[in-house]
Write a protein that binds this ligand. Structure first.
Ligand code: HSE
Length: 419
C-alpha cells in the first residue's frame, strides 16, 4: 500500500473538514484508495475551536509547512497572492500540491502548472470546481478520448441554493444567511452572489476542455442579485426556471465563455437540481450528452475531492514534466453572441404603453415572441413580461436604456434565455 505524508496549510472550514474526514474514513481510504494518508503537520495561524488536531504538529507560519518532511502540501488558505506564493514555493521545494482554491488557479493557473511540470511534481485541484463532485479528473482522464463541444452548468452551490429557495418563496437575504451558516458561501459572499466564483470554475473547466488561458481573457460575468421572486413565477408560466449558468463552448473555432443568470426549460436536467447541488451538462462526441451532479460546496464534499487527488497522486505514474502543452484558444467577443431574452417591465397602466414598448424593439428590428400584461401591482402600475426573438447582445444595453427612458416605465430588468 502507498503512503503519503501531507502538510495542511490553513485551518478553516475546509481544512478541518479534510482533517476529520481523513481520520474518520482512514480504513476506507486504505481499502478502496490503497493509500495511507498521514497528516504530518498543520499550518494554522490560529486555533480553530471547532476542531481539535490532537497530537498533530502545528506551525503558526504556514510557510514553515514547506520545510517539513512531507510529500504533499495541501493548500487551503484561500485567497490569491499569498496562496500563489505558497504554492510556487512548495513546487520549487519539490512537493506535490493539492488545492481547492479556484481563485488562485483562475488567476495564476498557467504559471503554476508550468512551474509544477518543470519541477516534475503534481499540481492537482479536483475540489476547486464543484467541490468533490468529479469533473476535473473526469475531463482529464475518463474523457481523454472525447471531443467536448460544450460545458454548461450551475457551478456555484450558494447561488443555486438561493435561487431554488427563492423559487419556493424564500427571500434572498435570509437564504444567503442560511448558506453562510451552512458553510456553503465564501467568507466574502459577494464572490458567490456576483458570479465571480462560478466564473473562476468555468474558467478552469474551459482551460481543461478547450485550452483557454488561466487567467482567461476578459469574459462576461453577472451574478444573481437582480433576480426577483416574481421572475420565477413568470418564467414558470412559460415553462422555464431561473438558474445561474456558467457556459464554455466551441463557437466557430473560437471559445464562448460566460457566467450569468439564465432562463432554462423547467423540464431540463439542470432545472431540477435544487439546493446546494452543482450540475454540469457536457456535450461530447463519443458519449453524447453527459450529466454530472452533486454537492458543490461544504466541508465533506470538498474533503472528498481533496482525498481523491491524494489517491490519484499516490497511484499515478504520470511524470508531470512529460505533460505536453496544449494549444491555446482565444475567446469570442460576448457582444457578437445572440440570445433570446426575457424582459420584465414595470409600467403605468395607461393607453399606448404596450405600443411604445414594442416600438422600441421594432426600431431595432427585433421580433417579439410574446408580450403579456400581468395583474396590477400597485395603483395604476402593471408588470409587462416580454420574450424576444434572438438578437445580438450588442443591442441589449441600449434597449434597456431606451425602455427605461419611456415616461410610462418605472423599471426594467432582463434575463437571457439559454437555448
Ligand atoms: N462558495 C462556493 C459555492 C463553495 O457556493 O459553490 C464551493 O466552491
Amino acid at each position: 500500500m502507498k503512503s503519503l505524508k501531507i502538510g495542511i496549510c490553513g485551518w478553516g472550514n475546509v481544512a478541518t473538514g479534510l482533517f476529520n474526514t481523513i481520520n474518520q474514513n482512514k480504513e476506507l481510504i486504505k481499502s478502496k484508495g490503497r493509500l495511507d494518508i498521514e497528516i504530518s503537520v498543520i499550518g494554522a495561524r490560529r486555533d480553530n475551536p471547532k476542531c481539535n488536531p490532537g497530537n498533530t504538529e502545528i506551525v503558526r507560519d504556514i510557510f514553515d509547512v514547506l520545510d517539513k518532511e512531507i510529500d504533499v502540501v495541501v493548500e487551503l488558505i484561500g485567497g490569491v497572492e499569498v496562496a500563489r506564493e505558497l504554492i510556487l514555493k512548495a513546487i520549487k521545494n519539490k512537493k506535490h500540491v493539492v488545492t481547492a482554491n479556484k481563485a488562485v488557479i483562475f488567476n495564476h493557473g498557467d504559471e503554476i502548472i508550468k512551474e509544477a511540470n518543470d519541477n516534475g511534481v503534481m499540481f492537482l485541484y479536483e475540489s476547486s470546481v464543484c467541490a468533490g463532485t468529479p469533473i476535473i479528473k473526469l475531463l482529464n482522464e475518463e474523457l481523454a478520448a472525447s471531443n467536448i463541444t460544450k460545458i454548461a452548468g450551475m457551478l456555484n452551490g450558494t447561488s443555486n441554493f438561493i435561487l431554488s429557495n427563492m423559487e419556493d418563496g424564500a427571500d434572498f437575504k435570509s437564504t444567503l444567511e442560511l448558506a453562510q451558516k451552512e458553510g456553503y458561501a465564501e467568507p466574502d459572499p459577494t464572490f458567490d452572489i456576483d458570479g465571480m466564483d462560478a466564473a473562476h470554475k468555468i474558467g478552469i473547466l474551459s482551460s481543461l476542455a478547450f485550452g483557454t488561458n488561466l487567467p482567461p481573457d476578459d469574459f462576461y460575468i453577472e451574478g444573481i442579485s437582480k433576480i426577483e421572486k416574481d421572475d420565477f413565477k413568470y418564467a414558470s408560466e412559460m415553462g422555464y426556471t431561473v438558474k445561474h449558468l456558467a457556459v464554455s463552448k466551441i463557437n466557430n473555432k473560437e471559445i464562448e465563455l460566460r457566467a450569468h443568470p439564465a432562463l432554462i426549460r423547467s423540464n431540463s436536467y439542470l432545472a431540477n437540481l435544487k439546493g446546494v447541488r452543482n450540475g454540469i451538462e457536457l456535450e461530447t462526441d463519443l458519449l453524447g450528452t453527459l450529466h454530472i451532479a452533486g454537492s458543490g460546496a461544504g466541508q465533506e464534499s470538498t474533503a472528498s475531492g481533496l482525498i481523491s487527488d491524494l489517491v490519484f497522486l499516490a497511484n499515478s505514474n504520470i511524470n508531470p514534466s512529460s505533460i505536453e502543452k496544449k494549444e491555446k484558444n482565444g475567446l469570442i467577443d460576448f457582444q457578437s453572441l445572440s440570445f433570446q431574452y426575457y424582459f420584465y417591465i414595470e409600467a403605468e397602466d395607461i393607453p399606448g404603453v404596450m405600443a411604445s414598448i414594442t416600438s422600441i424593439f421594432a426600431k431595432k428590428n427585433i421580433g417579439i415572441e410574446s408580450i403579456v400584461q400581468k395583474e396590477d401591482l400597485k395603483e395604476k402600475t402593471v408588470p409587462i413580461v416580454l420574450i424576444t426573438d434572438l438578437f445580438l447582445e450588442s443591442n441589449h444595453i441600449e434597449l434597456l436604456d431606451n425602455i427605461l427612458k419611456l415616461d410610462s416605465v418605472n423599471s426594467v430588468r432582463s434575463i437571457r434565455i439559454e437555448s
